[in-house]
Each structure stands twice: as structure tokens, then as C-alpha cells.
Write a protein that binds this ligand. Structure first.
Ligand code: G3P
Ligand code: CA
Length: 279
């Protein structure tokens, strides 16, 4: 992770290459690295016994063959579940509803070792072994419930990998994202040079002037905000913020992001976006 950044627009694999493999699995992140993604995005939650795992939803029901809240389960409980086969047609047989995403062929759910629950520690090991610079964007999910423990554990782990206290924000290969300004504030209080990203789903009136919560370096607007409020993106840039947009899967949205000169495109389809960028 010591190599310099090479491209002006980063392509970030959202939950891994999550169109081609089950989200947040080792299989999805390996594919993203193979595909040439500049960075990986992951959501983190704390288990009942204090481990950070990469799971998006509060509960494991959607993305595994188990049930229950991540916060009520221990790592060993999660390790017994399969986070891979939920995306196959077989797993949906007999249900009334159809998903709004494409089924994966059974052979693309990879081996069970690649589709068991992914700890953030294992993801950091994968990145360390990538053989090239691969950046990481970690999103703290519902951190208020844990009153600072998510951020504390996150920083402890990043420090173990030599990533917790970068010499400067520009040099950091890790950034912390959240919809919670309080969570980002806790991160900055503990590690002022670690860049933070303030995520925005809708454009709230108090943000319209392009000024983010104090100390936040990077804006993380949804593609919906970008489509509906391109002038807001300009204001963010004029205010000196980088702009990282999520989740950008359609070619016309990639085109819009390029036109507006955003800094990072967060996508479920890193290979397709890289192709569109001619990389
Ligand atoms: O990259 C930010 C984006 O992931 C936020 O939304 O729901 O996919 O975590 P969500
Ligand atoms: Ca996320």
C-alpha cells in the first residue's frame, strides 16, 4: 500500500465486485482486485463478541442462510453461515417474490471458504497481499448504537496494519465513510489525518451551500443527488471537497460523473466502469 495513486478518477468496488459475486465476500473482493479496481468499499458492524465484520444489513437474513442481528451473534455463529448461495436461483426456489437483481450461476458463488462471513481483518490481509496499491473505504454502519466502540475497534485494527495514523490525508490508502457526522467526528478525534467521507442520500437544505460538517474532507453524495443537483457538486468542489459518488452502475451515470469531474466512482461493476474509462 505504499505505491502512489495512478489515476485521476478512482474506481471503487462497492461491497466488492458485487454484481459478479455475492456482496462482502472474499470472492467478491478477490474479483474486484483481479478486475483492477483502485479501491474496495465495505460496510462494518460489530458482533456480540466485539469483532468487526463486513455485513451491510442490521440482520443477516438477506445475505446468508441464517437469521438474526449481527450485534446479537458471535463471530463463531456467523462463521457457521453461508453468505454465498443466497444469490442463486436455487436459494429462491419456492418463494413468491423475485429479486430486482440478476441471479448468479451456482458455480459463481465460489467455495465456502470464499463465502463465509468476512472479517475486516481478513479483508485487510487480502489488501496487504494484493501486490499493488488497493485503497479501502470503510463505512461505519449505525455506529451510534455502540457509542464509539465501532470506531475504537476500527482504529485499533487499522493501526495493527500500519494504516491507522497516516502521515497525511493525501497519503492515506484508507478512508472512513459514514452517514453519521458524529461517527466521523470520533474518527478524526482519534486520528486527525485519516480522511473521512460524509455520505448523503438526499440533499438536505443545510448542506446546499456545499459546506460539510467541520473537518470532513470528502463528500459522498448518492448518484440521485448528482443527477438532480449537478450545481451542488460544483459547490462541493469549489469548497475544496473531493466528491465520491455511489452507487454508479449505469454507463450514462458514469458519463455524468466524468463530465462533472468527480474524484471517485463507487460501483458494483468495477470492470465495466474501467472499460468505459478506457482502462
Ligand atoms: O458507498 C456508500 C454506499 O455504500 C452507501 O450506501 O446502503 O450501499 O451502504 P449503502
Ligand atoms: Ca456502504
Amino acid at each position: 500500500m505504499t505505491h502512489a495513486r495512478q489515476h485521476p478518477i478512482q474506481v471503487v468496488a462497492h461491497r466488492g465486485a458485487s454484481e459478479d459475486a455475492p456482496e462482502h465476500t472474499l470472492a467478491a473482493y478477490r474479483k474486484a482486485i483481479e478486475d483492477g479496481a483502485d479501491a474496495l468499499e465495505c460496510d462494518v458492524r460489530l458482533t456480540a463478541d466485539g469483532h468487526l465484520v463486513c455485513v451491510h444489513d442490521r440482520r443477516v437474513n438477506r445475505t446468508s442462510n441464517g437469521r438474526g442481528a449481527v450485534s446479537a451473534l458471535e463471530l463463531a455463529d456467523l462463521a457457521a453461515l453461508d453468505f454465498g448461495s443466497w444469490k442463486t436461483r436455487e436459494a429462491w426456489r419456492g418463494r413468491d417474490e423475485e429479486p430486482d437483481w440478476e441471479f448468479l450461476p451456482a458455480d459463481r458463488t465460489a467455495t465456502s471458504a470464499d463465502t463465509s462471513v468476512l472479517t475486516l481483518e481478513r479483508l485487510l490481509e487480502l489488501i496487504a497481499d494484493a501486490g499493488r496499491r488497493v485503497e479501502l473505504a470503510v463505512e461505519t454502519k449505525h455506529p451510534t448504537r455502540w457509542a464509539g466502540q465501532v470506531e475504537e475497534r476500527l482504529l485499533q485494527l487499522l493501526k495493527r496494519f500500519g494504516l491507522g495514523v497516516p502521515a497525511s490525508a493525501d497519503e492515506s490508502s484508507v478512508r472512513i465513510m459514514s452517514f453519521s457526522a458524529r461517527s466521523l467526528h470520533r474518527v478524526r478525534a482519534a486520528s486527525p489525518t485519516l480522511p473521512t467521507v460524509y455520505l448523503m442520500q438526499f440533499l438536505r437544505p443545510r448542506l446546499r451551500d456545499g459546506r460539510l460538517p467541520a473537518g470532513v474532507r470528502i463528500a459522498g453524495p448518492s448518484i440521485r443527488i448528482v443527477r438532480n443537483h449537478p450545481a451542488f457538486i460544483e459547490r462541493l468542489k469549489q469548497a475544496g471537497h473531493q466528491v465520491h459518488v455511489w452507487t454508479v452502475n449505469e454507463p450514462e451515470d458514469v458519463g455524468l460523473c466524468l463530465e462533472l469531474g468527480v474524484d471517485a466512482i463507487i460501483t458494483n461493476r468495477p470492470r465495466a466502469v474501467l472499460d468505459q474509462l478506457g482502462r
